[in-house]
Ligand binder design. Structure first.
Ligand code: MN
Length: 290
């Protein structure tokens, strides 16, 4: 089965521009990966560059950097610097607010991906939590190197806890390589750097190939040195409803999440939060699950 191209759209998040790969008109999710923003490389403002305090419900957020550093803080009281090759994985459950900001005296380069993982029904109203994984397994594969940050790939497993069958890997290399895939899963390959040929198509920086279920192998032919993000998972058979930073199942749940955020119900004391908290947009009309 041939790969198809997913077209990202440009939008703004916090102080930076991003390329939003998921959700997308052609594709809402890849396994339980329901959101993928690709950003940078770009320079953020010296102070409070990044994204100010904002809430999430119903998902895990995964932050992965290629360059720079970000300072994560959240309404649970966690503070964590993240560097390239490390994973910040926040489990929102019923609601948590976080911010990811640069420091005035820190690196201002912003370059990485922001991913969301829909939580399955049995877990989505669970307790919020945050985990930082500073050390993740390295892999070598046909002249390529990589890091497995979610799930298992090429015989190595990430210690990160997720709630559905998923994989997330960063891969760097310049030689033709064949990746073994699980034919029961669907995958996306995002090109961060370089140009890669998959099938008859070339994918340039910022492009993403979608690989549907039924594919056991994919051959990658780089035209130069490439850095890729491979994400994949078993098809997610629930129907996540995304609105702003919330992922739920029904309109009523989104309204409740919005009200809770406006009233800061369940978010603790916001007086110590840095920067400016994000205001939700107006909710117009009734949201309908797909
Ligand atoms: Mn966020």
């Amino acid at each position: 089965m041939a790969a198809t191209r997913l077209f990202a759209r440009n939008t703004e998040v916090g102080t930076g521009r991003v390329r939003r790969v998921l959700p997308n008109r052609a594709r809402r999710n890849i396994g339980a990966w329901v959101f993928l923003d690709h950003f940078g490389p770009t320079q953020l403002p010296a102070k409070d560059g990044g994204v100010g305090p904002h809430p999430h419900v119903g998902i895990q957020t995964a932050t992965w950097l290629f360059e720079g550093e970000m300072h994560h803080g959240d309404s649970l009281g966690n503070q964590q610097v993240i560097e390239p090759g490390q994973l910040n994985l926040m489990t929102a459950g019923t609601g948590v607010a976080h911010w990811e900001l640069t420091k005035a005296d820190g690196p201002r380069t912003s370059h990485g991906v922001q991913l969301w993982i829909a939580l399955p029904e049995f877990e989505r109203q669970g307790k919020p939590g945050f985990a930082h994984h500073g050390e993740l397994p390295d892999i070598e594969l046909g002249g390529w190197t990589g890091k497995v940050f979610i799930g298992e790939f090429a015989g190595k497993a990430s210690p990160a806890k997720v709630y559905s069958p998923l994989v997330g890997v960063e891969l760097v290399g310049d030689e033709p390589v064949t990746l073994d895939l699980d034919p029961d899963w669907e995958y996306g390959i995002l090109v961060d750097t370089g140009t890669i040929q998959i099938g008859t198509e070339k994918y340039f920086t910022g492009h993403t190939a979608f690989i549907p279920t039924g594919t056991g192998k994919v051959e990658l032919t780089p035209q130069n040195k490439c850095r890729l993000m491979l994400i994949g998972g078993a098809p997610f058979d629930e129907r996540p409803l995304l609105w702003w930073n919330f992922v739920a199942r029904t309109h009523e749940e989104i309204v409740e999440a919005l009200t809770n955020w406006k009233e800061r119900k369940g978010y603790g004391d916001d007086s110590t939060w840095p920067g400016t908290a994000l205001e939700a947009p107006e909710l117009r009309g009734k949201l309908i699950p797909r």
